[in-house]
Write a protein that binds this ligand. Sequence first.
Ligand code: MG
Length: 203
Amino acid sequence: MKIICIGRNYAEHAKELNNPLPKEPVFFLKPDTCLIQKNQPFFYPDFSNEIHFETEIVVRINKIGKHIQRKFAHTYYSEIGIGIDFTARDLQQKCKEKGLPWEIAKAFDNAAPISKFVDISKFDNIQNINFHLDINGKTVQNGNTADMIFKVDEIIEYVSKFITLKIGDLIFTGTPAGVGPVKIGDKLEAFIEDDFLLKVDIR
Ligand code: MG
């Protein structure tokens, strides 16, 4: 399986990192070695001094597809979860300055903790879902999927022009504003609406 991550999909977040708003979705990949599941801890890597959290709604693909039209995209997923797109911001900044790819900043081991998944039938509209992240009991990031620049079905249409989507692939749909650093000892807790779905201890 592969993990597809959308960048700059919330205007306020693009602004906080001084990035222009994209005219088409921006995406990058993480390998399956990024996954952390079952609330396992994250071990702070020695190659970065600035690991940032980015809290994102994650869509799981349930059917193989290529060139998926937007109107059919909703038939390619039935579950969502929440995940953290861990980013070595110091390394990413250097990559950006040199125009290099982002893998060392985004695709390192354990850079994608994910929650269990919940059926979308639980929600009236997946483009109107609140989610938030608490660190050590204090809310640090708050989003609503209504604020996505590119909606889930547009993302699936766009990505599947280039890459075949397969069962079990995950799409990280972008982070709202409020990203920031984590430090050893922090306890991250992520929620969809009021449901506590993901815990990540930083060690
Ligand atoms: Mg992200």
